[in-house]
Write a protein that binds this ligand. Structure first.
Ligand code: DGY
Length: 433
């Protein structure tokens, strides 16, 4: 094993908790997060498959009666995180988990393709197949939840009702939504800024908006239909929908492998076709040359480029012609000799901030999606660049949460947010294996 892989394993092992889950980072994120857990399992899978499957089964165990899987599962009591379980009150929903308290919002549906990749990397195929057979229906039910409850216009495009559901928490994309809202100035004590420099985190006023949407959802007991009618934030996100399409595809191949549920395979195929078609019609911006977000509440496209704009490559959504166009935009606008790939927000937009969370920094999980996405379309050189930029930053600065996309000579650190960050470590293992 190389030293980097061993260091990554040490980071992951240091973040494993009693109770079968792994925290994203000490201090800052003390619980289990949905999409973090998926990427974390991919790291474990290379050296400890039992742990990978445990991470997945613990998360799936938090599933609600309606198929919903929450974005945070509050396994432990701690007052070092805000907003915690007492703020979210997910138990207001009649079908919420009786076993765990959680948030009442979700995160991108990565679990399908994580299961498929765990199977592919496993040396004991029978063990993983048995696990898949026992758990795959839960992932299917989660997809059914999205199509039955989050597809307002029945066109296959799933909406999110909170910026935290996107995973790209404080992206400048949401600024146009915040302009339509005027929430109260809540009184609360931030905890994140006691762990990480405030200049690298969202502002107090942004948090007012985040909390306000949760108050709205609580007031209707997290009822999906009421949320769709009332939430000031209702957005169709290209990353979220791309993860769903890719996970649909993975579930189909896994059902084929275990040889059952033809009806579910057909349903997944129909969902995927519908979502793919709608993404290509509604979310592709010809002028920008990539996929964008759509503000469903205010019924207008949000014409700006983010790293999410390129993630449909991972799901095979664009035609090869469009994929080429996207690669050009990625190279010319996000790349170049002065930058590492891939900034989370358009470096040529005035709102770009290279140090602030999702307003510019590079995130390794999105790079991992882009690496595989570009490979899928045979763009070997560009995909190799995304991979080597990622590994270079990690080798240089450590397993941080996010990285500065600018190549700045003489800087001591270009890395920000939480240190010893689990998915950065997990995906390093995967990229090197
Ligand atoms: C945070 O606390 O910033 C989390 O990312 C929310 O999911």
């Amino acid at each position: 094993k190389t030293q980097l892989i061993q260091d990554a394993i040490d980071v992951l092992e240091g973040n494993v908790q009693k109770g079968g889950f792994t925290i994203p980072s000490k201090g800052l994120y003390p619980f289990q997060w949905k999409w973090d857990s998926g990427f974390i399992a991919l790291g474990f899978g290379h050296y400890d498959m039992d742990k990978a499957l445990r991470e997945m089964s613990t998360l799936l165990d938090s599933q609600w009666g309606n198929g919903f899987i929450p974005h945070i599962v509050f396994h432990t009591k701690t007052d070092t995180y805000f907003p915690g379980e007492d703020f979210h009150q997910s138990e207001l929903h009649p079908q919420s988990s009786k076993k765990y308290r959680s948030t009442g919002m979700t995160q991108p549906p990565v679990l399908g393709f994580v299961l498929e990749r765990l199977y592919q990397m496993s040396k004991e195929k029978a063990q993983v197949l048995e696990f898949i057979d026992a758990h795959i229906d839960k992932v299917y039910d989660n997809h059914a939840y999205f199509y039955n409850n989050r597809d307002r216009d029945r066109d296959g495009l799933i909406y999110i009702y909170h910026n935290w559901e996107s995973g790209t928490d404080n992206s400048p994309i949401w600024d146009v939504v915040w302009e339509t809202m005027d929430p109260p100035h809540y009184e609360f004590e931030r905890k994140d800024t006691t762990h990480v420099d405030a200049s690298q985190r969202p502002t107090k006023r942004e948090y007012d908006h985040y909390l306000h949407i949760i108050e709205m959802a609580k007031a209707v007991n997290y009822n999906d239909q009421a949320i769709a009618e009332q939430s000031p934030f209702l957005v169709q996100d290209p990353l979220f929908n791309a993860m769903l399409v890719r996970s649909n595809e993975a579930l189909i191949s896994l059902y084929e492998l275990i040889g059952r549920s033809l009806d579910k395979q057909e349903q997944l195929e129909q969902w995927s076709q519908k979502t793919t078609k709608a993404m290509n019609i509604k979310l592709f911006d010809e002028a920008l040359g990539a996929y964008i977000h759509y503000d469903l509440r205010n019924d207008k496209p949000i014409a700006a480029l983010t790293s999410s704009s390129f993630t449909p490559l991972f799901a095979g959504v664009p035609s090869s012609e469009r994929a080429l166009q996207m690669a050009q935009v990625l190279t010319q606008r996000f790349g170049g000799k002065d930058r590492y790939l891939c900034a989370s927000f358009d470096p040529e937009d005035e709102r770009f901030n290279p140090k602030k969370y999702w307003r510019g920094p590079i995130w390794i999980n999105v790079n991992w999606l882009l690496y595989h996405g570009l490979k899928r379309y045979g763009m070997e050189a560009l995909s190799a660049q995304v991979r080597s930029d990622s590994l270079h930053l990690i080798e240089q600065f450590g397993f941080y949460e996010y990285f500065d996309p600018r190549k700045i000579n003489g800087e001591k650190t270009n890395a920000y947010g939480g240190g010893n960050f689990s998915w950065t470590a997990a995906l390093t293992i995967d990229l090197l294996s």
